[in-house]
Design a protein around this ligand. Structure first.
Ligand code: R5P
Length: 291
């Protein structure tokens, strides 16, 4: 055994797939709650000098983070010298600056806590903002899931046109379009509140086309619903939606399908009904590359 792989509660299946791919041991970690709700952690078995902890920090964010902190500190006190932390979906990543005075910059606080807990390196898939990397004093490897998504589109959608639902997603749409050698464009969005967005209509030649909307995160689904309405009004034949992180708050998926979307797919950085593309091999590849 070179290193031990530990899957937190949010990423057990993904951790198992990564361990299988790397042919490394998966820790039989015991993680549960005391009757009063507090978390209990026990790492069983032999503990080597190196470990990889895999834990997404999506909903319930605070519980998943607390569990991760307990695992990291515990490994350190058990003598582990290098702990690489894979956070497939980096929660709190959207509050990465002070938008209004007095706000807590949550992403900075989470980064500092991860380091203080004993993380030696971070691996994460498509961070919401690039500047999150700068909040750490340890190496941060950001991994793009776009090649996996491009491959999925290639196998499932004929002659696609890739659309970013806002300016921020333009880069993702471009990355995929370059791989597939197809067209891409983006819409303009204004966020009114965490729950409400407005998307400006734009002239796009999507009449009769199979359009794939690509975003990093689908949360309430508002962004995708707006984009779908515009694309359908412009005559799109088929609208397929893909994202990296299926946050999918409450009835987001239902709203998206009700807007006329033909299919939704995402990676498995978070567990969901649409997490069809696994990032396990991609993560395993990076862990090998930086071993
Ligand atoms: C925003 O910058 C992100 O890339 C997504 O567009 C956003 O998080 C989606 O949120 P919602 O699904 O709530 O519209």
């Amino acid at each position: 055994m070179v290193f031990l792989i530990i899957g937190g509660s949010a990423s057990q299946k993904l951790a198992a797939k990564v361990a299988e791919d790397l042919d490394e041991n998966l820790s039989p970690i015991e993680t549960r709650r005391f009757p009063d709700g507090e978390r209990y952690i026990r790492i069983k078995g032999e503990i080597p000098k190196e470990a990889v902890v895999i834990q997404s920090t999506g909903y319930p964010q605070d519980e998943n983070l607390m569990e991760l902190f307990l695992i990291l500190k515990n490994l350190k006190s058990l003598g582990v010298e290098r702990t690489r932390v894979v956070i497939p979906y980096f929660g709190y990543g959207r509050q990465e600056r002070r938008f209004m005075s007095g706000e807590a910059v949550s992403a900075v606080i989470v980064a500092e806590l991860l380091e203080a807990a004993g993380a030696s390196e971070i691996y994460s898939i498509n961070l919401h903002e690039k500047n999150i990397k700068e909040f750490f004093n340890i190496p941060v490897h950001e991994i793009s899931a776009m090649p996996l998504i491009a491959n999925y589109i290639k196998e499932t959608v004929d002659d696609p046109m890739i659309i970013g639902p806002d300016k921020g997603a333009h880069g993702f749409a471009n990355e995929i379009a370059e791989i597939l050698n197809c067209e891409s464009d983006h819409l303009e969005k204004i966020r009114i509140s965490p729950e409400k967005v407005e998307t400006k209509p734009k002239k796009l030649d999507v009449d009769g086309r199979n359009v794939v909307i690509i975003d990093d995160i689908i949360s309430t689904g508002g962004t995708i619903v707006n984009a779908t309405k515009i694309l359908k009004d412009l005559g799109a034949k088929k609208v397929v939606v893909g994202c990296v992180h299926p946050v999918l708050v409450e009835d987001a998926l239902l709203k998206i399908f009700a807007a006329g979307v033909d299919d939704v797919f995402s990676t498995d950085t978070l567990r969901s009904d649409v997490s069809t593309i696994s990032v396990a091999k991609l993560v395993a590849g990076y862990l090998k590359k930086f071993k």
